[in-house]
Design a protein around this ligand. Structure first.
Ligand SMILES: Cc1cc2nc3c(=O)[nH]c(=O)nc-3n(C[C@H](O)[C@H](O)[C@H](O)COP(=O)(O)OP(=O)(O)OC[C@H]3O[C@@H](n4cnc5c(N)ncnc54)[C@H](O)[C@@H]3O)c2cc1C
Length: 377
């Protein structure tokens, strides 16, 4: 797809999002006749919050850096800067990075980083017969990837469309399609990846999302996940004027990371806790081909001025067995994972502070509580 067609497709199909709602720009299909949706109420109170975290999305205005460069006798393949889309794009950009690695003919490959991007890239290299060693400062759970919501959101805070080039567009589309296919083969494996009902709830008509830093899906590839449908008041129990529904994918992050790490080791991969402090440390590695999946950690080592954090706070509620859906409402969202029900929705560009703020959690709780209070029944 060329740039013009891409933008046209993206623009035409980009309908609507309630202001500030992360990753939830609805694209409405025709109103369908559906059975009543059963949406159990959440038990919301501050004393049910067991964990609050702030993660830093590694954002680059021009999009993730997927490129090859020479460093003395070594080849570096970059694969970092995925913004709010790293889980969703991990297999796809891993595949693009793998293609670059294979052009070198090297079979012993180093991967820097053990977040979702490094692990997917390492696994894909193993599948082509490479001997892979991961060098990483920290292991899961102490990685940014462990502080994500876990939704299929390949276009969330992934670039600034004003500066993104044709190269980004082509890579993004190829990566999105590859990842989507890969996730279908992970369904049914202990719910690492699963399909969920996702609702959008608003008192304002859904309107086009224009600000990518707000997390909206400016880009969209029709034909992957089903389009959103507007529900009539008879089809749902929400009190809001506008309600949308679609099926979407989600990732159970702790078990997914565990699965990736253990499969990597099972297939003969080596893992070394090793911090890269300067370029010379990379030069000193025994491998001649190195894949850089250090996320925000790449900023200092490769002097990438474009790479900047977009912080996001999450609050985790005790799980409720009957709650299995995802909800976006008025700037907040909830997603029900196996390990808890996560509330989130904010993004602060350029913020390096990872201290959770109680008032942010209180705002998430108040917003979702209001939605619950307005529900019928
Ligand atoms: C609040 C929040 C919600 C999100 N929700 C979603 C979502 O729903 N869906 C989605 O697709 N994405 C989501 N994301 C985005 C996603 O989490 C990131 O894009 C992704 O985690 C980036 O993965 P990564 O492997 O590149 O980086 P990381 O997880 O940060 O991994 C980097 C690795 O590199 C290592 N490293 C760093 N520096 C060095 C060094 N100097 N030497 C050696 N090793 C080093 C680290 O130890 C780590 O192992 C969210 C992010 C946040 C913060």
């Amino acid at each position: 797809m060329n740039r013009r067609n891409f933008l046209h497709t993206a623009g035409m199909s980009s309908l609507a999002v309630a202001a500030g709602v992360s990753s939830c720009a609805p694209r409405m299909g025709s109103t369908a006749t559906l059975a009543m949706h059963h949406v159990p109420k959440l038990k919301l109170s501050l004393d049910r919050i067991v964990k609050e975290t702030v993660g830093l999305r590694p954002f680059r205005a021009s999009g993730p850096r997927i490129a090859k460069e020479a460093l003395g006798s070594k080849t570096i393949v970059h694969n970092y800067g995925h913004g709010g889309s790293g889980w969703s794009l991990s297999w796809g950009t891993g595949n693009l990075a793998r293609e670059l690695v294979l052009t070198t003919g090297e079979k012993k490959v180093a991967v820097l980083g053990s977040g979702t991007v490094g692990l997917a890239t390492a696994r894909l290299l193993q599948e082509k017969g490479c001997e892979v060693t991961i060098y990483t400062k920290d292991l899961p759970p102490n990685v940014t990837s462990n502080l994500a919501t876990g939704t299929w959101s390949p276009a969330s805070r992934v670039c600034d469309p004003k500066v993104a080039t044709q190269v980004f567009h082509d890579q993004w589309e190829a990566a999105t399609r590859f990842s989507f296919r890969r996730f279908q083969f992970m369904l049914g494996m202990d719910d690492i990846v699963s399909w969920v009902d996702e609702y959008g709830v608003s008192n304002e008509p859904f309107r086009p999302q224009t600000d990518p830093s707000m997390g909206g899906e400016v880009y969209h590839l029709p034909g992957l996940i089903p389009e959103r449908k507007e529900l009539t008041p008879k089809e749902h129990s929400f009190g809001a004027k506008y309600v949308s529904w679609r099926s979407s994918m989600m990732f159970n992050i702790p078990s997914y990371l565990h699965h990736q790490l253990s499969t990597f080791i099972m297939l003969g991969g080596k893992l070394k806790v090793h911090e890269i402090k300067k370029l010379e440390d990379i030069d000193a590695l025994p491998e001649l081909c190195i894949v850089n999946c250090m996320g925000l950690g790449a900023k200092e080592i490769f002097n990438d001025q474009e790479l900047t954090p977009i912080s996001g706070q999450l609050a985790c509620l005790i799980p409720q067995r009957e709650v299995t859906y995802k909800l976006n409402a008025r700037g907040a969202n909830i997603i029900s994972r196996k390990d808890g029900i996560y509330l989130g929705g904010n993004g602060i560009v350029g913020n390096w502070d990872t201290t959770p703020k109680r008032e942010v959690t209180e705002k998430f709780v108040d917003t979702i509580q209001q939605v619950m209070n307005e529900m019928k029944g």
